[in-house]
Design a protein around this ligand. Structure first.
Ligand code: FMN
Length: 208
């Protein structure tokens, strides 16, 4: 049995390219592996709250107040969901050269000292093991090559966040130039779908 966690973070609903690609990937996975169990977390419909002075101790300290205990309970829930997954599919649009703030709020609850990462004499250690992540990145422009490559604070950031908690088996699939008209959008979607097909078929965690 494979557990798949699907995280969407686009605010664009039905018009979202990342959500369309995530849907198509899940459909394909279920064709090749009908016994896969899929859990959905939509960070746009049901946002994880941003940390505040009243909640941060729930994730980073010793919770005492009701607000801190509620933040810790949510953090526990999100981390348990992540740990239960063999594969995580993340739909991540590029917003202002980085990730949506809703996805950042999710990471703020998941990067937790002594739970998902720890400091040792050897340095920082990610505590999550054996999780494979596929990130679908939708972008208005082109960032995988050319002069705007250095403005990509989305992919290196996601790689760092995931690596920090021990998740190093990460594949990025791009849908770029979404803002360059309908033809470019269609080409980006078809290119990303073809890449996703390769990634799904090659992925032991998904097809076995
Ligand atoms: C708030 C916001 C910020 C955006 N910032 C960027 C950006 O910095 N660079 C870019 O290439 N596209 C940017 N875009 C365009 C989106 O990346 C593009 O529309 C993409 O398809 C969004 O993913 P989605 O279709 O899954 O919602 C932005 C869109 C929004 C709504």
């Amino acid at each position: 049995m494979n557990n798949i966690l699907v995280i969407n973070s686009s605010v664009s609903g039905e018009a979202s390219v990342s959500q369309l690609l995530v849907r198509s990937a899940v459909q394909r996975v279920l064709e090749v592996n009908p016994s896969a169990m899929v859990t959905y977390r939509d960070l746009s419909d049901a946002p994880v709250p941003h940390l505040t002075a009243y909640t941060v101790a729930g994730v980073r300290g010793m919770p005492e107040t009701q607000a801190e205990l509620a933040a810790q309970a949510l953090s526990n829930e999100l981390i348990d969901e992540l740990k239960a997954a063999d594969v995580v599919l993340i739909g991540a649009p590029m917003y202002n050269f980085s990730i949506p703030s809703s996805l950042r709020a999710w990471f703020d609850h998941v990067l937790r000292p002594r739970v998902t990462f720890a400091y040792s004499k050897a340095g920082v250690q990610g505590l999550l093991k054996g999780i494979r992540v596929i990130v679908i990145e939708s972008r208005g422009g082109l960032y995988s090559e050319g002069p705007t490559k250095e403005m990509d604070f989305q992919e290196p950031y996601l790689k760092t966040l995931l690596g920090f908690i021990g998740i190093t088996d990460v594949t990025f699939v791009h849908a770029e130039k979404i803002g360059s008209g309908p033809e470019a959008r269609e080409l980006a979607i078809e290119t990303a779908k073809a890449r996703l097909e390769e990634v799904i078929i090659d992925s032991e965690q998904l097809v076995i």
